[in-house]
Write a protein that binds this ligand. Structure first.
Ligand code: ATP
Length: 327
């Protein structure tokens, strides 16, 4: 395993406001990393730092084991491709914008290169359209094409799916997954959709208030601990004995086992509910179960096939007390 980024004791503040404070964060080369977290949790700030557009107030960034000096940011910036949440387009067509990117990066301005990338992203029809008149989704894809054509070492994408309809988002997910596999490039993207983050990424970095939190931030319940149990309204979750403090409990959707009958097992948490959603997501299946509170679960196709569950049917949600993260 090689780390392309290593961040040590990194802090970033806007004026007096601390926006990021990360102890140690490694990003593995050739893998897909998702940054998840609520609005304002620091995802864009972190992407800006990884794109060398901002310099941390404190701490160190290593890129391919080299400590990045503030003086060299421009050099590093050219090695990565950053897609902003609201990309900026120059006057001219989609083609002109991509062609110009090649020019300023001193790369060969070859039409076939541009045509290929537009085709890969399914936006060949936008080629002669004025970039400033593109729809939100088209603009994001043209901006992505403008990055891909440069073949940077790292792709940093800030909410790349936010303007896309469901089928375009799924097509882009598939494209990004196969692109990173084929090229061995590193992809880091931010998303509000935590389950999408889990489904698409090899690693997930969860942020809350600018800090990394060791929870998937899915199936998060708020409440209090009493006698090794976490109480949240009608929900009572069994915890390991060692946990005595915390106001939030979360359960990784991949740690939940579904069963159609009550399980006799070492798992201490069992809730009977009803299936309210089954959806496909990048080779896994999302199942939402309403037990009074909604549990989000990720299972394999094989598990779905074996369980034979359908919408509206009863199902048990089971998980170990050790799978519960309290914070
Ligand atoms: N230019 C800025 N000046 C001052 N504060 C800022 C600036 N940009 C971001 N912030 C603050 O820094 C914190 C982190 O913001 P950031 O945009 O990184 O979060 P985010 O997780 O990307 O949010 P979102 O999901 O809404 O895009 C927030 O509290 C935000 O208000």
């Amino acid at each position: 395993m090689t780390n392309i980024y290593q961040l040590n004791q990194l802090c970033f503040a806007y004026a007096n406001k601390q926006a990021l404070s990360l102890e140690n964060l490694q990003i593995e080369e050739g893998k897909i990393t998702a940054l998840i977290g609520a609005n304002g949790s620091g995802k864009s700030t972190l992407l800006n730092i990884l794109a060398f557009l901002a310099s941390p107030s404190q701490g160190e960034i290593l890129f391919r084991n080299q400590s990045v000096n503030k003086r060299d940011l421009i050099q590093y910036r050219r090695r990565v491709g950053f897609l902003a949440q609201k990309p900026f387009m120059l006057a001219g067509s989609a083609y002109d914008n991509i062609d110009f990117a090649l020019k300023i990066h001193n790369q060969l301005q070859r039409p076939e290169k541009i045509l290929k990338v537009l085709k890969q992203l399914d936006i060949s029809h936008c080629i002669h359209q004025q970039a400033k008149l593109l729809s939100g989704g088209e603009l994001q894809k043209v901006a992505l094409a403008r990055i891909l054509v440069l073949a940077p070492e790292v792709l940093l994408l800030d909410e790349p799916f936010s303007y896309l309809d469901q089928s375009s988002a799924q097509a882009l997910e598939l494209f990004l997954q196969s692109y990173t596999r084929k090229t061995g490039k590193t992809l880091i993207f931010s998303t509000h959709d935590r389950l999408q983050g889990f489904a698409l990424a090899d690693h997930v970095v969860a942020l809350a208030d600018g800090m990394e939190v060791m929870t998937p931030l899915i199936n998060v319940f708020h409440g209090e601990i009493k006698q090794h149990q976490f109480h949240s309204g009608s929900l009572c979750i069994q915890l390991p004995e060692a946990i005595s403090k915390g106001r939030h409990a979360s359960i990784n959707p991949q740690d939940i086992v579904l069963s159609t009958t009550a399980l006799e097992s070492s798992m201490r948490n069992h809730f009977l509910g009803r299936v309210i959603m089954i959806a496909e997501e990048m080779g896994v299946v999302r199942v939402n179960v309403d037990t009074g509170v909604i549990f989000k679960v990720l299972i394999t196709y094989q598990a779905l096939d074996e369980l034979k569950i359908k919408l509206g049917e009863q199902v048990w949600v089971n998980f170990k007390s050790n799978s519960v993260v309290v914070f």
